[in-house]
Design a protein around this ligand. Structure first.
Ligand SMILES: Nc1nc2c(ncn2[C@@H]2O[C@H](COP(=O)(O)OP(=O)(O)OP(=O)(O)O)[C@@H](O)[C@H]2O)c(=O)[nH]1
Length: 485
């Protein structure tokens, strides 16, 4: 049997490959488990005893008739779910010649929204499954909305069970056009639709002869080649200090993970909030010194001057500053069984910074199934407006006790996200994605970026470049404006 894993060769080669993190979402019975099982099986990442057990169990309890029931590979997870023991995200690992993959397999039901948020928080790509017979349904919309909220840039709509609609091109086109209509306003940059049969393996690893009208590539080919390097922010250098290393009086190093941007030896850096500047003397790692570092490398920076920087503070380039503020608006997902108590103060953790915070207002809640905004009276909770419950999403205004150094999430995931921690139970109460500081409210939200239409202004075209420069500067400060020429 050639599906056996050669552990030694696998480990030797595996280290150097690049990693794609993906999230799978679909509703019950769309075939998610079968698809993941098929990917593991066809990419030859199963042990021989697993294969024997799979064949045996398929005959005994499988749901796939004469076929091997690939979903049985994932049954451990299912059993847990049915018994309600854990509702955690299951992570699965496989690799091909080209890439390593980590699949976050999240349950599809609305009650598991928080699991999807957890599983998707680091994902590069989301596979959203639909059954070709039923097409786009409420869950498809909800999952796609959450994916857009998490800023996942690549989506594959996997139209599964094409064998049950005779591999009909018309049916596929119908589903794709309905999906595209709904997905376009969400602004996900890369959306791909693939007709599949997870059960028979069509277009999963190899292109299928049964869909000659489909001109794209197979799912695995796509996963192996999708370009994700540009998804990182290499522009805005942010170095949240994790701790200060001072083994003796001659050495003071600032340890942390490069959250975004690139830092080079000799760069002038500014410490926030003090505003003091110095030059990077060395970039030290466990494996030796580096000339430059980029995300997500963990490094220790030493500076030429003795400036005071402590844990939770940040090193940045002085000509490219984050927003420094105590107020901001964010989209927030409630993660706690305990509903939100608006009178309570929470801990907020954003990068390595920890502060106290209170929730000033809920601007609106989002109905995750219809994406409708459910407005709240004047931003305040009233007795008719129940506070946020588990899995609910809202646009909120927060005020923190200390200044935070942040970017809008759209621009910088690591510095634009935070969690709220309940100070009494220590539970993670909520996760949030920062939209902008409060003064610029309504400016950078996905649904209401202001538009500057140059063609409507009485300004000579030779001055447009100057205007664009101003707009770029505003963008750098976190204010998004769309310019139309
Ligand atoms: N005909 C056909 N059946 C499929 C296909 N993919 C999955 N199935 C069947 O659909 C049923 C559900 O598949 P699963 O993989 O268990 O679905 P799931 O989405 O993981 O379901 P949950 O884990 O319960 O959410 C099983 O009987 C599968 O054999 C397909 O491409 N074609």
């Amino acid at each position: 049997m050639d599906n056996k894993l050669d552990i030694k060769a696998f480990l030797d080669k595996d280290e150097q490959k690049d990693l794609l993190r993906l999230l799978t979402a679909g509703s019950v019975d769309d075939g998610k488990s079968t698809l993941i099982g098929r990917l593991l099986f066809d990419s030859k990442k199963l042990y021989e005893d697993q294969l024997d057990a799979l064949e045996r169990d398929s005959k005994r309890v499988g749901n796939a008739g004469e076929h091997i029931d690939y979903a049985l590979l994932l049954d451990g997870l299912k059993a847990e779910r049915e018994q309600g023991i854990t509702i955690d995200v299951a992570y699965r690992y496989f690799s091909t010649n080209g890439r390593k993959f980590i699949i976050a397999d999240t349950p599809g039901h609305e009650q598991y929204t928080r699991n999807m948020i957890t599983g998707g928080s680091t994902a590069n790509l989301a596979i959203i499954l639909v059954d070709a017979r039923t097409g786009v349904i409420t869950q498809t919309r909800r999952h796609t909305f959450l994916v857009s909220l998490l800023g996942i840039k690549h989506v594959v709509l996997a139209v599964n069970k094409m064998d049950l609609v005779d591999f009909s091109e018309e049916r596929f086109d119908e589903i794709v056009s309905e999906y595209k209509k709904f997905v376009e306003p969400l602004g996900i940059p890369d959306v791909n639709c693939i007709p599949l049969s997870a059960l028979d393996g069509d277009n999963v690893v190899d292109k299928s002869e049964r869909t000659p009208w489909y001109k794209g590539i197979s799912l695995l080919d796509f996963l192996e080649t999708v370009h994700i390097d540009n998804d990182h922010n290499f522009t805005d250098f942010r170095f949240p200090v994790q701790y200060v290393l001072r083994p003796n009086l001659d050495f003071r190093g600032f340890c942390g993970k490069v959250a975004s941007g690139i830092v080079r030896k000799g760069d002038t850096v500014m410490a926030l909030p003090s505003g003091k500047t110095s030059k990077v003397k060395s970039i030290v790692t466990y494996d030796g010194e580096l000339d430059y570092a980029f995300p997500p490398q963990s490094v220790t920076l030493t500076l030429e001057d003795e400036i005071d920087v402590s844990r939770g503070e940040m090193l940045v380039h002085p000509d490219n500053l984050p927003i420094v503020d105590r107020n901001f608006e964010a989209m927030m997902v409630w993660m706690d069984e305990e509903p939100m108590d608006i009178n309570k103060s929470f801990f907020i953790k954003q990068t390595t910074n920890l502060s106290r915070t209170r929730i000033d207002a809920i601007k609106y809640k989002v109905d995750v199934n219809t994406m409708e905004h459910l407005s709240i009276d004047n931003g305040q909770l009233t007795k008719d407006n129940l506070p946020l419950q588990l899995n609910q999403i809202a646009r909120v205004v927060l005020t923190t006790a200390k200044e935070l150094f942040f970017d809008p999430y759209k621009k910088n995931k690591s510095c634009g996200s935070f969690i709220l921690i309940d100070p009494i139970t220590n539970n993670t109460s909520a996760v949030g994605m920062i939209i902008d500081r409060v003064e610029m409210k309504d400016m950078a939200a996905t649904d209401d970026i202001p538009v500057l239409d140059l063609s409507k202004l009485d300004i000579a075209p030779e001055h447009h470049a100057a205007i664009e420069k101003v707009v770029k500067e505003l963008e750098r400060q976190g204010l998004s404006i769309k310019v139309i020429k």
